[in-house]
Design a binder for this molecule. Structure first.
Ligand SMILES: [Zn+2]
Length: 164
């Protein structure tokens, strides 16, 4: 099972298979594929952050090969609807037409400005970039604390159980 420990915080991010399948479906594998992206929602179970929903793309997102601007009105509606299901907004995802994606300078600015939107108690805002290769090589997972971003390294194996 693929998961991402957040530094030494003890928190672990895990992506449910449906979320990984949603990412895979929107990979930019052909030159005419445009960037896609949306929000990430998780169940928070102790120190486990189980990413259960990845939203979008939406009809009114603005999308280009190297460009993505989400429909901001939809975003708040998604946050409200998911919160009613006890799913917390933890961050954003988007695609890049790169095999192993790296954040652009605009991505760094976006990450810094989005941190204030995450109202959970995690180490920071989660930012996923979906590249062309399958995970883990093609999946870049970053936690941003408002000042800087940290790329998380994948781990395989069973999730540790929460202490009772
Ligand atoms: Zn980007």
């Amino acid at each position: 099972m693929l998961h991402y420990p957040i530094g030494t915080s003890g928190e672990i991010i895990h992506f449910e298979p449906a979320v990984l399948a949603h990412f895979a479906q929107h990979r930019q594998l052909r030159f005419w594929h445009r960037e896609a992206g949306g929000q990430l929602f998780a169940r928070i179970d102790g120190q486990r952050i189980v990413v259960s929903e990845a939203t979008a793309p939406r009809p009114n997102d603005r999308r280009g090969r190297f460009f993505f601007a989400p429909d901001r009105a939809c975003e708040q509606a998604e946050i409200d609807a998911m919160f009613a299901r006890d799913l917390h907004y933890i961050g954003d995802w988007h695609t890049h037409p790169e095999r192993r994606p790296t954040p652009s300078s605009r991505d760094h600015k976006t990450m810094s400005s989005r941190v204030r939107l995450s109202r959970h108690h995690l180490a920071g805002f989660v930012f996923v970039i979906v590249g062309q290769l399958p995970p883990p090589c093609g999946l870049t997972v970053i936690v941003h604390d408002g000042a800087s971003g940290h790329v998380l390294l994948p781990h395989y194996g069973n999730l540790p159980t929460n202490p009772a």
